[in-house]
Design a protein around this ligand. Structure first.
Ligand SMILES: NC(=O)c1ccc[n+]([C@@H]2O[C@H](COP(=O)([O-])OP(=O)(O)OC[C@H]3O[C@@H](n4cnc5c(N)ncnc54)[C@H](O)[C@@H]3O)[C@@H](O)[C@H]2O)c1
Length: 402
C-alpha cells in the first residue's frame, strides 16, 4: 500500500492529509507533528484566544476522532530528524519510516530576540504556538507594563489585546513605520493613530538596546535613550521558515524550501506547502505567510501528489482584528507605485487601493467589508478600475464588477 508521510501538523499538514482522503487516496497517511496537541488554528492565538474569548476546543481544526476515522496516523509530540531521499525514509529518533511520497509542511517558527540582548530572560515571550500563548497569558494582568518589540501583525494584535485588558503598553518598531512589510504608509499611519488613541505608547524608528533583570526581565534600554521598567516583553519580530531538515536532505532552499508551481521540491516525490515553501509568484519567488495560502497550497499539493498535474496560483488574502477594527487585505501590494484612498459608507471605514501603473494589485479595507469583497473579486478577475472611479465615495463599487 502506498504510504504518504506528512512532516508538520499545522494548518497546511492537516489540510493536506484531509484533502488526500477527500480525493479518495486509498493508501496509508502518517501526519507527524512536534507539538503535543492536534492541529489547531493559529490566527486566534493573538486575537480571541489571548483575549480569553475562545475556548481551547474551538481552536482545534478537527475533533481528534477525525484522524482515526479517516485512517490518518497522527503522531504528535514527535519530530522527524532526518530524511533519506534515496532510501525514501524519514527517521524519528531510532525509528525509520518508509514513504512513497513525502510532504514537508514544517512551517516557520517565531524569530526570537538574541540572548545577547537578554532575549532568553524569563518573561520574554513570542506568540506562535498554543504553548507560547498559554505560558504568556497569566502575564496579562490589569496594570502590568508590557513592552512589545515589533510592529507587525503579532505586535499590533497583542498590543490591542493588552490595551483592551488595561495593561500599560509600549510598542517599539525598528523601521520608520509599523506594518512596513505588508502595508503602505497610509495604512501604517492609520493603525498608528488607532493604537495611540487606545493609549499605546507607540515608538517607530526605535529598537531595543538590551533587556536586563535578575530572575526575570525587569528593564528595557531603547535606542531612543530611555529605559523602561517592564513586567514582561513580547517579541513579534517575524518568523523564519523551518528549512533545516530540507537543507540537510539536499533539497534546494532559497529563503524557504524551493517549490515549483505544483508544490514539488527539487527532488521528485518530495513536496512542500505553507509558510515553509518558497513558491513562484508573479515572476519572483516568495513565501506567503498566510493561513489561506497554507490551506490552498496544501490542498493543491495533495491533488498533485495523486497526479492532478495542476499548477497552484495563490490568491492571497489576510485579515487582522485590532480593537473594534477588522483589517482585510486582498492581493499582494509588492511593486505598487501609488495608493488611492476611498472613504467607506460607515463612519471610520475606509479602504486603500494599491496600483502599479493602471493595474490594481491589492486592497486594504478597514471596517469596510464591501470594499474588500469587491476588491478581491476584481483582483481575482484581473480587472483594474479607473482610480478616479474609486476615489469618489459616491461611486457604486458593485458597478465595477463584470
Ligand atoms: N492577521 C494576520 O494575518 C496575522 C496575525 C498575526 C500573525 N500573522 C503572521 O505571523 C507571522 C509573524 O508576525 P510578526 O508580526 O511577528 O512578523 P512581521 O514580519 O509581520 O512583523 C515584524 C515586525 O517587527 C519589526 N522588527 C523586527 N526586528 C525588530 C527589532 N529587533 N526591534 C523592533 N522591531 C523589529 C519589523 O520591522 C516588522 O515590522 C507573520 O507571518 C504574520 O503574517 C498574521
Amino acid at each position: 500500500m502506498a504510504h504518504i508521510v506528512i512532516t508538520g501538523a499545522g494548518q497546511a499538514g492537516a489540510a493536506l492529509a484531509a484533502r488526500l482522503r477527500a480525493l479518495e487516496f486509498p493508501g496509508d497517511i502518517t501526519l507527524i507533528g512536534a507539538e503535543p496537541v492536534p492541529p489547531y488554528q493559529r490566527p486566534p492565538l493573538s486575537k480571541k484566544y489571548l483575549l480569553g474569548e475562545l475556548p481551547l476546543e474551538r481552536l482545534f481544526l478537527r475533533p481528534e476522532e477525525f484522524y482515526a476515522e479517516n485512517a490518518i496516523a497522527l503522531r504528535l509530540g514527535q519530530r522527524v530528524d532526518g530524511i533519506d531521499p534515496t532510501a525514501k525514509t524519514v527517521t524519528l529518533g531510532e525509528e525509520v519510516l518508509s514513504y512513497d511520497q513525502l510532504a514537508l509542511t514544517t512551517g516557520a517558527p517565531a524569530r526570537r530576540l538574541p540572548a545577547a540582548l537578554g532575549g532568553d530572560l524569563p518573561g520574554v515571550h513570542v506568540v506562535r504556538s498554543l504553548a507560547d500563548v498559554d505560558t504568556m497569558a497569566p502575564e496579562f494582568r490589569k496594570g502590568a507594563r508590557v513592552l512589545i518589540v515589533g510592529g507587525g501583525y503579532i505586535g499590533l494584535e497583542a498590543a490591542a489585546v493588552a490595551a483592551s485588558k488595561g495593561l500599560h503598553v509600549t510598542l517599539i518598531e525598528a523601521a520608520d513605520r509599523i506594518l512596513q512589510r505588508v502595508a503602505a504608509p497610509e495604512t501604517s499611519a492609520w493603525f498608528a493613530a488607532l493604537h495611540r488613541g487606545h493609549g499605546v505608547d507607540l515608538r517607530e524608528s526605535t529598537a531595543l538596546v538590551r533587556l536586563t533583570g535578575d530572575d526575570r526581565v525587569r528593564h528595557a534600554d531603547l535606542t531612543d535613550g530611555t529605559t523602561l521598567e517592564v513586567d514582561f516583553v513580547i517579541a513579534g519580530i517575524g518568523i523564519a521558515p523551518a528549512t533545516d531538515l530540507a537543507e540537510t536532505a539536499g533539497l534546494a532552499c532559497d529563503g524557504g524550501i524551493v517549490v515549483d508551481e505544483f508544490g514539488q521540491t527539487s527532488l521528485p516525490g518530495i513536496w512542500a506547502a505553507g509558510d515553509c515553501a518558497a513558491q513562484p509568484c508573479r515572476g519572483t519567488r516568495l513565501r506567503l505567510e498566510s493561513v489561506q495560502n497554507a490551506i490552498d497550497q496544501a490542498e493543491a499539493v495533495a491533488a498533485n501528489m495523486l497526479g492532478a498535474d495542476k499548477p497552484y496560483r495563490p490568491q492571497p488574502w489576510f485579515w487582522s482584528d485590532q480593537y473594534d477594527v477588522k483589517l482585510q487585505i486582498a492581493g499582494l501590494n509588492r511593486g505598487y507605485d501609488h495608493v488611492i484612498m476611498r472613504p467607506g459608507a460607515r463612519d471610520g471605514s475606509l479602504s486603500h487601493w494599491y496600483f502599479q501603473g493602471e493595474t490594481l494589485l491589492a486592497v486594504d479595507a478597514m471596517n469596510d467589508p464591501r470594499a474588500y469583497m469587491i476588491g478581491k473579486r476584481l483582483i481575482e478577475n484581473e480587472i483594474s478600475p479607473k482610480p478616479e472611479s474609486l476615489a469618489d465615495p459616491d461611486s457604486d463599487l458593485r458597478a465595477l464588477l463584470p
